[in-house]
Design a protein around this ligand. Structure first.
Ligand SMILES: [Zn+2]
Length: 202
Protein backbone atom coordinates (compact mmCIF):
# COMPACT_ATOMS: atom_id res chain seq x y z
CA UNK A 1 0.00 0.00 0.00
CA UNK A 2 1.46 3.35 -0.96
CA UNK A 3 1.28 6.55 1.04
CA UNK A 4 -1.76 7.97 -0.69
CA UNK A 5 -3.70 4.78 -0.02
CA UNK A 6 -2.87 5.03 3.65
CA UNK A 7 -4.01 8.64 3.62
CA UNK A 8 -7.31 7.82 1.99
CA UNK A 9 -7.92 4.86 4.24
CA UNK A 10 -7.46 6.84 7.42
CA UNK A 11 -8.84 10.19 6.39
CA UNK A 12 -11.85 9.37 4.22
CA UNK A 13 -13.82 6.87 6.29
CA UNK A 14 -17.45 6.12 5.50
CA UNK A 15 -19.72 5.46 8.46
CA UNK A 16 -22.33 2.72 8.80
CA UNK A 17 -24.97 4.89 7.13
CA UNK A 18 -22.81 5.50 4.12
CA UNK A 19 -21.76 9.03 5.02
CA UNK A 20 -18.23 10.19 4.30
CA UNK A 21 -16.78 11.78 7.43
CA UNK A 22 -14.68 14.31 5.57
CA UNK A 23 -17.33 15.56 3.14
CA UNK A 24 -19.69 18.44 3.65
CA UNK A 25 -23.16 16.91 3.80
CA UNK A 26 -26.06 18.73 2.17
CA UNK A 27 -29.32 16.80 2.36
CA UNK A 28 -31.04 16.03 -0.93
CA UNK A 29 -34.65 14.83 -0.77
CA UNK A 30 -34.12 13.24 -4.19
CA UNK A 31 -33.38 9.71 -3.07
CA UNK A 32 -35.13 6.59 -1.83
CA UNK A 33 -34.39 3.05 -0.73
CA UNK A 34 -32.42 0.67 -2.88
CA UNK A 35 -34.35 -2.47 -3.80
CA UNK A 36 -33.82 -5.16 -1.23
CA UNK A 37 -30.81 -7.32 -1.91
CA UNK A 38 -29.15 -5.04 -4.45
CA UNK A 39 -25.42 -4.93 -3.81
CA UNK A 40 -23.58 -1.71 -4.62
CA UNK A 41 -21.47 -2.95 -7.51
CA UNK A 42 -21.04 -0.01 -9.91
CA UNK A 43 -19.46 3.42 -9.62
CA UNK A 44 -20.71 5.97 -12.17
CA UNK A 45 -18.62 9.02 -13.04
CA UNK A 46 -20.49 12.13 -14.19
CA UNK A 47 -19.74 15.76 -14.86
CA UNK A 48 -22.02 18.71 -14.38
CA UNK A 49 -21.91 22.48 -14.13
CA UNK A 50 -24.72 24.97 -13.71
CA UNK A 51 -25.12 27.20 -15.52
CA UNK A 52 -23.37 25.07 -18.17
CA UNK A 53 -19.62 25.74 -18.33
CA UNK A 54 -19.70 28.02 -15.29
CA UNK A 55 -17.93 26.79 -12.18
CA UNK A 56 -17.98 27.74 -8.52
CA UNK A 57 -21.60 28.76 -8.10
CA UNK A 58 -24.43 27.09 -6.24
CA UNK A 59 -26.43 25.87 -9.24
CA UNK A 60 -25.70 22.18 -8.74
CA UNK A 61 -26.48 22.38 -5.02
CA UNK A 62 -29.73 24.15 -5.83
CA UNK A 63 -30.62 21.51 -8.42
CA UNK A 64 -29.99 18.61 -6.08
CA UNK A 65 -31.99 20.25 -3.29
CA UNK A 66 -34.92 21.33 -5.49
CA UNK A 67 -34.17 24.99 -4.92
CA UNK A 68 -33.24 26.06 -8.40
CA UNK A 69 -34.82 29.30 -9.58
CA UNK A 70 -36.05 28.75 -13.16
CA UNK A 71 -35.82 32.48 -13.82
CA UNK A 72 -32.21 32.82 -12.70
CA UNK A 73 -30.78 31.62 -16.03
CA UNK A 74 -32.37 30.69 -19.38
CA UNK A 75 -31.01 27.13 -19.13
CA UNK A 76 -32.71 26.64 -15.78
CA UNK A 77 -36.12 26.60 -17.47
CA UNK A 78 -35.22 23.05 -18.59
CA UNK A 79 -34.62 22.01 -15.01
CA UNK A 80 -37.88 23.24 -13.55
CA UNK A 81 -39.40 19.87 -12.64
CA UNK A 82 -36.25 17.77 -12.53
CA UNK A 83 -35.77 15.69 -9.41
CA UNK A 84 -32.19 14.47 -9.42
CA UNK A 85 -29.23 13.97 -7.13
CA UNK A 86 -25.90 12.23 -6.86
CA UNK A 87 -24.15 10.77 -3.87
CA UNK A 88 -21.09 12.99 -4.30
CA UNK A 89 -20.08 16.22 -6.02
CA UNK A 90 -16.40 17.14 -6.39
CA UNK A 91 -15.70 20.84 -6.84
CA UNK A 92 -12.93 22.23 -9.04
CA UNK A 93 -10.78 22.72 -5.92
CA UNK A 94 -11.29 19.10 -4.85
CA UNK A 95 -13.80 19.81 -2.09
CA UNK A 96 -16.27 16.94 -1.72
CA UNK A 97 -19.95 17.49 -1.02
CA UNK A 98 -22.21 14.54 -0.26
CA UNK A 99 -25.95 14.73 -0.93
CA UNK A 100 -27.16 11.17 -0.36
CA UNK A 101 -25.79 8.45 1.96
CA UNK A 102 -24.22 5.64 -0.05
CA UNK A 103 -26.69 3.08 1.25
CA UNK A 104 -29.61 5.04 -0.22
CA UNK A 105 -30.51 5.22 -3.90
CA UNK A 106 -29.58 8.56 -5.45
CA UNK A 107 -31.23 9.62 -8.70
CA UNK A 108 -28.25 10.23 -10.98
CA UNK A 109 -28.31 7.67 -13.79
CA UNK A 110 -31.81 7.97 -15.24
CA UNK A 111 -32.73 5.45 -17.94
CA UNK A 112 -29.62 3.31 -18.03
CA UNK A 113 -28.26 -0.17 -18.52
CA UNK A 114 -25.03 -1.85 -17.53
CA UNK A 115 -24.14 -5.31 -18.74
CA UNK A 116 -27.77 -6.26 -19.16
CA UNK A 117 -28.99 -4.78 -15.89
CA UNK A 118 -31.28 -1.78 -16.17
CA UNK A 119 -31.98 0.99 -13.65
CA UNK A 120 -28.37 1.53 -12.65
CA UNK A 121 -29.41 3.74 -9.75
CA UNK A 122 -30.45 0.55 -7.95
CA UNK A 123 -26.91 -0.79 -7.68
CA UNK A 124 -24.58 2.16 -8.19
CA UNK A 125 -22.97 5.12 -6.49
CA UNK A 126 -22.85 8.35 -8.50
CA UNK A 127 -20.01 10.85 -8.38
CA UNK A 128 -20.40 14.19 -10.15
CA UNK A 129 -17.29 16.16 -11.09
CA UNK A 130 -17.83 19.89 -11.47
CA UNK A 131 -16.96 20.38 -15.11
CA UNK A 132 -18.08 20.12 -18.68
CA UNK A 133 -17.38 17.91 -21.68
CA UNK A 134 -14.91 20.41 -23.12
CA UNK A 135 -12.87 21.47 -20.09
CA UNK A 136 -10.02 19.47 -18.53
CA UNK A 137 -10.59 18.53 -14.93
CA UNK A 138 -8.24 19.79 -12.23
CA UNK A 139 -5.44 17.98 -10.42
CA UNK A 140 -7.36 18.53 -7.19
CA UNK A 141 -10.37 16.77 -8.66
CA UNK A 142 -8.37 13.72 -9.76
CA UNK A 143 -6.80 13.54 -6.34
CA UNK A 144 -10.11 13.80 -4.52
CA UNK A 145 -11.77 11.36 -6.92
CA UNK A 146 -9.06 8.77 -6.37
CA UNK A 147 -9.23 9.04 -2.60
CA UNK A 148 -13.01 8.84 -2.68
CA UNK A 149 -12.96 5.88 -5.07
CA UNK A 150 -10.50 3.95 -2.91
CA UNK A 151 -12.62 4.62 0.14
CA UNK A 152 -15.82 3.51 -1.59
CA UNK A 153 -14.11 0.36 -2.82
CA UNK A 154 -12.97 -0.37 0.73
CA UNK A 155 -16.58 -0.31 1.92
CA UNK A 156 -18.69 -1.67 -0.93
CA UNK A 157 -18.30 -4.54 -3.42
CA UNK A 158 -17.60 -2.34 -6.45
CA UNK A 159 -17.01 -4.47 -9.53
CA UNK A 160 -16.87 -1.82 -12.24
CA UNK A 161 -16.42 1.90 -12.78
CA UNK A 162 -18.04 3.48 -15.85
CA UNK A 163 -19.05 6.86 -17.15
CA UNK A 164 -22.60 8.08 -17.42
CA UNK A 165 -22.14 7.98 -21.20
CA UNK A 166 -21.30 4.27 -20.92
CA UNK A 167 -24.53 3.37 -19.15
CA UNK A 168 -26.76 5.73 -21.14
CA UNK A 169 -25.15 5.79 -24.60
CA UNK A 170 -26.76 8.15 -27.07
CA UNK A 171 -28.50 10.00 -24.28
CA UNK A 172 -25.59 11.18 -22.13
CA UNK A 173 -22.02 12.23 -22.94
CA UNK A 174 -20.57 12.93 -19.50
CA UNK A 175 -17.97 12.92 -18.08
CA UNK A 176 -16.87 13.78 -21.63
CA UNK A 177 -13.73 13.43 -23.68
CA UNK A 178 -11.66 15.62 -21.35
CA UNK A 179 -11.92 13.12 -18.52
CA UNK A 180 -8.63 11.23 -18.41
CA UNK A 181 -9.63 7.62 -17.77
CA UNK A 182 -6.01 6.41 -18.00
CA UNK A 183 -4.89 8.84 -15.33
CA UNK A 184 -7.78 7.82 -13.10
CA UNK A 185 -7.24 4.13 -13.68
CA UNK A 186 -3.50 4.30 -13.02
CA UNK A 187 -4.22 5.48 -9.48
CA UNK A 188 -6.57 2.64 -8.64
CA UNK A 189 -5.42 -0.47 -6.82
CA UNK A 190 -7.02 -2.75 -9.42
CA UNK A 191 -8.49 -2.51 -12.86
CA UNK A 192 -12.12 -1.62 -12.30
CA UNK A 193 -12.77 0.69 -15.23
CA UNK A 194 -15.01 -0.63 -17.99
CA UNK A 195 -15.67 1.65 -20.92
CA UNK A 196 -18.42 0.30 -23.08
CA UNK A 197 -21.10 1.61 -25.32
CA UNK A 198 -22.47 -1.77 -26.32
CA UNK A 199 -24.12 -2.58 -23.01
CA UNK A 200 -24.72 -6.11 -24.11
CA UNK A 201 -24.52 -8.87 -21.54
CA UNK A 202 -21.24 -10.71 -21.59
ZN1 LIG B 1 -24.39 12.34 -15.70
Amino acid sequence: MNESSVFSYFFMPIDANGLLDTAQFIFSPNHDERPEGSAISLLVIHSISLPPDEFGGNGVIELFTNQIDPDAHPYYQNLRDLRVSAHFFIRRDGAVIQFVPCLKRAWHAGASCWQGKERCNDFSIGIELEGSDDTPFTDAQYSALLSLTRCICDHYPIEHIAGHADIAPGRKTDPGSCFDWDRYGSGLPRNLIRRSTSNTPT
